[in-house]
Design a protein around this ligand. Structure first.
Ligand code: SF4
Length: 333
């Protein structure tokens, strides 16, 4: 189960795109999509693919020549919506090029860009329309002999997204990239995405996920990682426990926990880290984690595997990471 996101920079803004891709990768993103809109974007794509720490998927609409050029520029995959690429011959030219390069093609259908005949046929069944659109493209591309396909069926409505993916998954075994499109701003968008994705993933539907949120895409990775970890689908993702804080809190729990959240790969596979504000529940939770930090009147206490290792007065985040690094390297104090 892989975590995906998409750069908010077009490929031609290559420095911004690469810096963001590196930030996404540092947070735990495993596949990133980049918008390729024109020849300038294609020119930068090759460089981005060469520098990116994670596979780059080129996102193409309308112009099949950009898809072919992106494949030839080293994209690890491409995403198209055959409905806006044009004639079957153009779609065939794209999948033929992908076949030569040995890369997958994601067929992405979206409730906002469905074919007119399906919108009319399924006026009261938008999930059915999404599923039939994807199935129609599947049959058309299979006729070319190309099979290295991934599908995505997305709506801004969580229930519609779930239903469309269930219908599609009943009839074939192609990998599915799942997510709610245009889910919204971070808090409400998280709720909408997690509801839909939990229903799909717990039913065994979905191979890659994206939590689409407006704003900094690093937040998408934090949500997706926490969701996959909570569902037990990724045992390697670290778990951050932190208290909500109250009037007894001695340390800035929120800031420390937030920093940890955006550096999950640095924490290490499957580790549980607790950040607690005071002596009430702090020592208990901190001692139950692999690494724990509990605030005290004079600073904080660090725990490793249930034992107090040190009392510290400041630089809590740095000390916490030192403790994590020490645990990972097996070093004793
Ligand atoms: Fe409040 Fe302490 Fe509980 Fe945190 S651990 S919520 S600071 S009582």
């Amino acid at each position: 189960m892989s975590i995906q996101s998409m750069s908010t920079f077009p490929a031609s803004e290559r420095d911004g795109a690469l810096a963001q891709i590196k930030a996404l990768a540092a947070a735990g993103c495993e596949i990133v999509r980049v918008a390729v809109r024109d020849a300038c974007d294609v020119d930068s794509l090759k460089w981005i693919c060469g520098e990116s720490p994670i596979p780059v998927v080129a996102d193409i609409h309308f112009d099949h020549r950009l898809a072919i050029a992106s494949i030839q520029s080293g994209a690890a995959g491409i995403r198209i919506n055959p409905g806006n690429i044009g004639s079957p011959d153009r779609v065939r030219a794209v999948v033929d090029a992908a076949g030569v390069a040995g890369i997958p093609v994601r067929i992405g259908v979206n409730s906002g860009s469905l074919e007119r005949d399906l919108r009319e046929k399924y006026a009261d069944d938008p999930a059915g329309a999404l599923a039939e659109s994807a199935l129609r493209h599947m049959v058309m591309i299979e006729q070319t002999g190309f099979r290295d396909m991934v599908f995505s069926l997305k709506s801004a409505d969580p229930a519609e997204t779930v239903e469309a993916n269930r219908i599609f998954a009943r009839s074939n075994d192609y990998p599915l990239h799942v997510g709610v499109t245009e889910a919204g701003p971070p808090l409400s968008g998280t709720a909408r995405s997690v509801v839909a994705l939990t229903l799909l993933l717990s039913g065994g539907i979905g191979d890659t996920v994206r939590v689409s949120l407006s704003g900094d895409p690093v937040k998408e990775i934090v949500v997706a990682a926490a969701m996959l970890s909570a569902l037990g689908l990724r045992k390697d993702i670290p778990e951050i426990i932190s208290c909500p804080t109250c009037g007894r809190c001695h340390i800035d729990v929120a800031a420390i926990a937030q920093e940890l959240e955006t550096a999950l790969p640095r924490i290490g596979r499957g580790l549980k880290v607790a950040v607690m504000g005071c002596e009430v529940n702090g020592p208990g939770e901190a001692a139950n984690a692999d690494i724990g930090l509990a605030g005290t009147a004079s600073g904080a206490v660090l725990f490793r595997k249930g034992r107090v290792t040190r009392k510290i007065e400041g630089e809590f985040l740095r000390n916490l990471f030192d403790e994590i690094d020490a645990l990972k390297s097996g070093r004793e104090e």
